[in-house]
Write a protein that binds this ligand. Structure first.
Ligand code: HEC
Length: 176
């Protein structure tokens, strides 16, 4: 009786171990079945580190908004802001020259040099807080934009003194 009971207990234990092993094997097989067959293709990044804007991009991104904001600052007689923005516009032309040494076979620095004198004139008028001189110099700077566009066969890019306030999220009036 005792030996029979022993054998039964052993058989039960062996069966339990076998079931456990089978269970583990089963779980392993399920995990294998659930694993993706191949890695999913990653979405392409929407920002490319090596993007280089062309001249038209830089004119639209850097020069035009600063030209507009400078005009609005001068119109508001905000000399502190206008003084800041003329420096930014000068810097933006400098960054174009630095990042694009040639444009259609010509040296960009030699093309862009024409803005130096009008920019200096706007800067001097702003420093003097001379409203009339600043308006005149800003008009001359704007003519220079178009002078270059003309010599580059781009008369259709016609820049003017801004007529309506843009950037309604920015107050161009002097601080009180
Ligand atoms: C020395 C030459 C030069 C000067 C100075 C210059 N530009 Fe340009 N600009 C160009 C050329 C060339 C293009 C066309 C680039 C292209 O499409 O390859 C251009 C294009 C533009 C465009 C893009 C047109 C569009 O609507 O997409 C704008 C805007 C512009 N210029 C604004 C200005 C303003 C404002 C100034 C003056 C503050 C200025 N530019 C001064 C040469 C010049």
């Amino acid at each position: 009786m005792a030996s029979r009971h022993f054998r039964t207990a052993t058989a039960v234990r062996a069966a339990a171990i076998a079931a456990g092993v089978l269970g583990l094997l089963g779980a392993g097989a399920a995990a294998v079945a659930q694993a993706p067959a191949a890695p999913k293709p990653q979405p392409k990044p929407s920002v490319y580190a090596d993007y280089h804007p062309n001249l038209s991009d830089m004119m639209t991104m850097l020069i035009q908004p600063r030209h507009t904001k400078l005009g609005l600052g001068i119109r508001a007689r905000n000399w502190v802001y206008a003084g800041y923005e003329i420096g930014e516009l000068r810097g933006a032309f400098g960054r174009i020259v630095a990042s694009m040494p040639t444009y259609e076979g010509a040296k960009t620095a030699e093309l862009m040099v024409m803005v130096d004198a009008p920019i200096a004139k706007v800067q001097a008028a702003i420093r003097a807080k001379d409203a009339r001189a600043a308006d005149t110099a800003y008009g001359e700077l704007t003519d220079t934009c178009n002078m270059c566009h003309g010599t580059q066969g781009r008369t259709y890019i016609d820049i003017r003194v801004p007529t309506t306030p843009m950037y309604s999220d920015q107050d161009f009036n002097p601080m009180r």
